[in-house]
Design a protein around this ligand. Structure first.
Ligand SMILES: Nc1ncnc2c1ncn2[C@@H]1O[C@H](COP(=O)(O)OP(=O)(O)OP(=O)(O)O)[C@@H](O)[C@H]1O
Ligand SMILES: O=C(O)[C@H](O)COP(=O)(O)O
Length: 394
């Protein structure tokens, strides 16, 4: 990475404004998945050890510029305190006099968590005044919030123009792993793209077609491709206006010598529910009043073979409606193939695919699980992430 990191600066005795992505799932005021908090620990602990005063900032949810009680970061501070084994002070503001007063009390190695930065309308507008107000709290800016790096907000982008600005370890790792995959991949390089909609994956498919050896398609979006081949897809997900695009992707793959893999069979159901009637059919035999909710067993075998022969695999988006056990087998089979592929570097592109490997207990078998959903997708589309661009060059 050509950006400076925490290793390149001296933080001893300094106030460090460290943007993290603690946008974690919560239920009844308790953090239900602390993956993103744990992912930020190396940077936080390093700053503590170096004698910095660590001021953490994050968003949680989408409160749209207002205080939303359930979106306060108190429970996050509690979980972080447990993980660090040290009390984390939590302020009720993210800038201003009260925050400054709490920071003035900090000793070297202390950690403080500011309130949800999205409680202020200026955050998402990247208001220069708010960026300045954040900057006034600190001497140095560290961005470790890869998950929010695709957002040009006051705490992810604006503030970087006012302070020495460097990347944290999580940011560095994400950019290095995903960057190497896209610029200098080990081959055969396979991308697996699933999820609900073609619309959301256009950019990533376009960009990856120039880079991969194999492109595997699954999930709801696959059926627009199946339709483009001239097959009936019953009530399966269809984006009528993307049929021509799907055709052009398949043609482009052929021109570029990319192997394009699509489902050869599917699990179809007579209702969108876990206890619907279901059966396995060949891909050109989907009954008119049924919908395909998972890839079938022949497809699972086919995809597994391709995965096991690859040196690098990037996976984004589930193969079926994995939230329902009845339609989770296809996604599970892909996750299992990745876990079994010992000579393959496996990268999970965040979001639902990351949730799926967690659900199947296979997370520790993957080489890299991105903490970014939208951010990793934009990165894979080849876009520059504003939160990274704003950091100081090496
Ligand atoms: N065959 C299908 N029919 C209908 N829905 C499907 C099908 N296959 C997968 N899905 C649904 O697609 C959703 C995931 O799609 P999405 O595009 O959001 O994936 P993602 O890119 O992994 O997510 P994220 O945006 O969180 O990174 C899941 O909720 C899943 O149930
Ligand atoms: O969960 C995420 O993908 C990040 O925290 C960004 O959240 P956002 O989509 O609300 O900006």
């Amino acid at each position: 990475m050509n950006k400076k990191t925490v290793r390149d600066i001296d933080v001893k005795g300094k106030r460090v404004f460290c943007r993290v992505d603690f946008n974690v799932p919560m239920q009844n005021g308790v953090v239900t998945d602390d993956t993103r908090i744990r992912a930020a620990l190396p940077t936080i602990q390093y700053l503590m050890e170096q004698g910095a005063k660590v001021i953490l900032a994050s968003h949680l949810g989408r409160p749209k510029g207002k205080v939303v009680e359930e979106m306060r970061l108190n429970a996050v501070a509690e979980r972080l305190s447990e993980l660090l084994g040290k009390r984390v002070v939590k302020t009720d503001e993210a800038y201003g006099d009260a925050a400054k007063a709490a920071i003035a009390e900090m000793n070297e190695g202390d950690v403080l968590l500011l309130e949800n930065v999205r409680f202020y309308p200026g955050e998402e507008k990247n208001d220069p005044e708010l960026a300045k107000a954040f900057a006034e709290l600190a001497d140095v800016y560290v961005n470790d919030a890869f998950g929010a790096a695709h957002r040009a907000h006051a705490s992810t982008e604006g503030i970087a123009h006012h302070l020495p600005a460097v990347a944290g370890f999580l940011m560095e790792k994400e950019i290095e792993v995903l960057g190497k995959a896209l610029s200098n991949p080990d081959r055969p390089f396979t991308a697996i793209i699933g999820g609900a909609k073609v619309k959301d994956k256009i950019g990533v498919i376009e960009n990856l077609l120039d880079k991969v050896d194999n492109l595997i398609i699954g999930g709801g979006l696959a059926y627009t491709f199946v339709k483009a081949l001239g097959h009936e897809i019953g009530k399966s997900l269809l984006e009528e206006d993307k049929i021509d695009l799907a055709k052009s992707f398949m043609e482009k793959a052929k021109e570029k010598g990319v192997n394009f893999y699509m489902p050869v069979d599917a699990v179809v159901a007579d209702d969108f529910s876990n206890d619907a009637n279901k059966k396995v059919v060949n891909i050109d035999e989907i009954p008119s009043d049924w919908e395909a909710l998972d890839i079938g067993p022949k497809t699972r075998e086919l995809y597994r073979d391709v995965i096991l022969k690859s040196k690098l695999v990037i996976w984004n988006g589930p193969m079926g409606v994995f939230e329902m056990d009845a339609f989770a087998e296809g996604t599970k089979a892909v996750a299992q193939a990745l876990a079994d592929a010992k000579d393959t570097y496996t990268v999970i592109g965040g979001g639902d695919s990351a949730a799926a490997v967690e659900k199947f207990g296979l997370a520790n078998k993957m080489d890299h699980i991105s903490t970014g959903g939208g951010a990793s997708l934009e990165f894979m589309e080849g876009k520059q992430l504003p939160g990274v661009v704003a950091l100081n060059d090496k």
